[in-house]
Design a protein around this ligand. Sequence first.
Ligand code: PBG
Length: 336
Amino acid sequence: MRELISKPAVATPAAERPRRLRANPALRDLVRETRLDPRQLIAPLFVINGRAQRQEISSLKGYHRLTPDLALREAHRFAELGIGGVLLFGIPETKDAEGSGADDPRGPVPETLRLLRREGLPLALAADVCLCEYTSHGHCGVLDGEKIDNDASLPRLASAAVAYAEAGADIIGPSAMMDGQVAALRASLDGAGFTGTAAMAYSSKHASCFYGPFREAAGSTPRFGDRKSYQMDPANVREAMREMDLDAGEGADILMVKPAITSLDLLAQARQRFDLSLAAYQVSGEAAMIEAAAEKGWVDRRRAILETLTAIVRAGAGIVITYFAADTATWLREDR
Ligand code: PBG
């Protein structure tokens, strides 16, 4: 005899029944705690100089580099869908060591901003401020030998921010992860009279593998080394809070984390700790993972997108930058 097999006990009925409120779609809708709204979404846009040109970006499905006239057309579509804003990234015709194209008032970002501003669309106009799209070496700052020179990069970044504010940006997004960049940009903006231009700081920006498709889009893969001497180690949470504290102290209006899905705990902590607006960037590699799995039939594309965006908002993001902004806005409208 090994052991006594007891008869199943008479089950006590459940005392708590959370399933009551899951019984039908109306009940589930009623108690849903997190709702997505197209107005909280920002769509990235990659812009180039010229007219009537679109270049495919093979690793970012449905995305193209657009000339300002076509970017304007795309912005119209976003506005009609009720999307909150656009975030511009420029890809210049030529790159050099200093990233001279970054603050060129004739560069693709200022050209597009002027066009969008003139159109008066109900979109927040944001522009990423970094040197990596404009430098021949692909790093986010200027170099001193093979080192990234923090303080020499600040005036270059500040000058780009002023050029974008002049062209009509509502928000500038310093993303180079140079120490003191928010303060430097804020001082230059204020000095040039752009006290009303907001700063969305890429505060907790990880040295992540998930920027791969973006780097193809922007041609910004570093020619040597990596970005670990300036972007954050994804392992660190206290350091992320410190970065956010510093950016808040330097005058950031919005704090951002990226990638999004690997930073949910950071969002949740930041939501407790700061009263500033919080943003999360669902980056190109996160989008690519969903696209690739959906293409294989391994996940349902629409549900994967809505589920990840909902989790990002649930964790604490009020603003989400996502390549799926147009799709999501379309679905949210259908679901009404
Ligand atoms: C830097 C910048 C990057 C992204 C946004 N701003 C690239 C990088 O740091 O290498 C990545 C966004 C994405 O992957 O979608 N200018």
